[in-house]
Ligand binder design. Structure first.
Ligand code: EPZ
Length: 429
């Protein structure tokens, strides 16, 4: 397995082009199942999870064409993907593919809406929690689906097709909202989704569906009203920039006392992060091409943080901001309210000399004068990058093991960081 070697102590300076968002590209790819015409996605990041979704769609019969980069567009670095589901040859999403990536659940709604049946493996839990899909299932049942869970599979059928419904999510679910939004686009009648997730990735999906001919009102709000149409047509869509990648690099600038311009970042997609960074002593300002982030005080202030659904502080940046709090002056309380086990980075940060105590879903982080490099283990995508951030500021060498976790969600991480001065290299197994 590949490893990453990081030597800390270098302030990062320069520009980083932010990739297309993984958590937008995945549902956008699944949306291709809804139409028999070509969906062209531009700025798709080169990530392991994207390849997994491409494999899954391929075995459903989606024809995929990779058309290199579209360099004609500014601030675009990703690949252009053509997806055409002219006919769907299989409605089975097998365990050996779904277990690699929970987001595979995103084929359930589109397959059921288009083919009136689907057999999708239960995604199972992962490092950060059990991650059930009961809300997806209940919502689809209210749209007329008959669903039986058996042998580890979701066996779903809708002999008369899906119909509109009023769906109230008892808790905010990102992929739950996405599954229902896609199913509702071609269901018979009107669907109202109340307490819908409002993440920018959902807005991106809704905008793409609208370009395909879907009729959606309330985009960007927690109440989505969808009037089903007979069929969706071809469209071209540019994947929104990855706000979590951008937030990760903003924290990299902060933790190394550097200065980075994050090209392609939408400032308005990370307001909760900019406010927290301001309190810590980090300045962020929109530029013509993105957002500039730099440290404006010597001493970083410890700040209490609670993760919340958008527009609150993202759970996907919790591990990263914790690394920053490890070297701030004072004590910070970090409360994780979205997932039940998202502190896997704590034991590894402790190995680097951090001072953190965890009580249930709250971590108390007392800043230390310095972290020391050490061999550490990546456990999940965001915990992994949190350890890389700690390595960038630690004294000495950090070896990050099992970096396949990183490759799932960060495109060319070491190249982007090295180009800004970081001493980081991949050690191929
Ligand atoms: C999406 O996961 C993201 N993944 C996650 O990013 C992100 O952390 C999460 O949303 C929260 O923002 C993708 O978009 C591919 P949820 P998702 O449904 O949709 C509970 C990353 O690092 N829940 O919003 O699976 C659930 O257990 C990944 O890029 C139910 O109980 O998350 C959790 O506690 C990690 N029943 C809470 O809701 C359900 O049916 C929020 O989960 C669904 C969810």
């Amino acid at each position: 397995m590949d490893k990453m070697r990081i030597c800390g102590g270098v302030p990062l300076k320069g520009k980083i082009l932010i990739s297309g968002a993984k958590n937008a590209a995945l549902p956008l790819m699944a949306a291709s199942l809804l139409s028999d015409e070509t969906l062209t996605l531009i700025n798709v990041p080169r990530l392991a999870d994207i390849a997994t979704m491409a494999n899954l769609l391929g075995q459903h019969g989606v024809e995929l064409g990779l058309n290199g980069n579209d360099n004609s567009l500014p601030r675009i670095s990703g690949q252009t993907l053509d997806l055409k589901a002219s006919r769907i040859s299989s409605t089975l999403a097998p365990y050996d593919l779904v277990r690699k990536m929970r987001a595979s659940i995103l084929v359930l709604g589109p397959l059921l809406a288009r083919c009136r049946e689907a057999k999708v493996s239960l995604p199972g839990g992962c490092a950060i929690g059990t991650r059930p899909v009961d809300l997806h299932i209940a919502a689809l049942e209210s749209m007329g689906a008959e669903i039986v869970i058996a042998d580890g599979y979701i066996n779903a059928r809708a002999p008369k097709g899906l119909h509109g419904a009023e769906i109230v999510f008892p808790m905010v679910t990102v992929t739950g909202t996405e599954n229902i939004l896609m199913a509702a686009a071609i269901a018979k009648g009107e669907t109202v989704i109340i307490n819908a997730a409002r993440e920018p990735e959902i807005t991106d999906l809704a905008n793409c569906l609208a370009a395909m001919g879907a009729k959606i009102e309330g985009i960007g709000t927690d109440c989505l009203r969808v009037c089903g149409v007979e069929r969706l047509r071809s469209a071209k869509h540019i994947v929104v920039a990855d706000r979590i990648e951008a937030g990760t690099f903003a924290i990299a600038a902060a933790i190394t006392s550097g200065k980075l311009e994050l090209i392609g970042t939408r400032h308005e997609h990370l307001l909760s992060l900019w406010n927290i960074l301001e309190s810590i002593g980090i300045k962020s300002e929109p530029t013509k091409d993105g957002v500039m982030v730099c440290r404006r005080t010597d001493d970083l202030q410890s700040v209490d943080i609670t993760t919340e659904p958008y527009p609150g502080f993202p759970t996907d940046l919790q591990a990263q901001i914790m690394a920053l709090m490890c070297v701030s002056s004072g004590a910070a309380t970090i409360s994780e309210t979205i997932f039940e086990n998202r502190f896997m980075h704590v034991p590894e940060l402790l190995r680097m000399g951090a001072d953190i105590t965890v009580h249930n879903s709250t971590a108390v982080v007392r800043g230390v004068s310095k972290l020391k490099g050490a061999p550490v283990m990546a456990t999940d995508l965001r915990a992994s990058v949190s350890l890389a951030l700690a390595g960038l500021v630690a004294e000495g060498e950090t070896i990050l093991n099992r970096i396949y976790h990183l490759d799932r969600g960060y495109e060319r991480l070491e190249e982007k960081l090295r180009a800004c001065g970081a001493k980081i290299e991949r050690i191929r197994a």
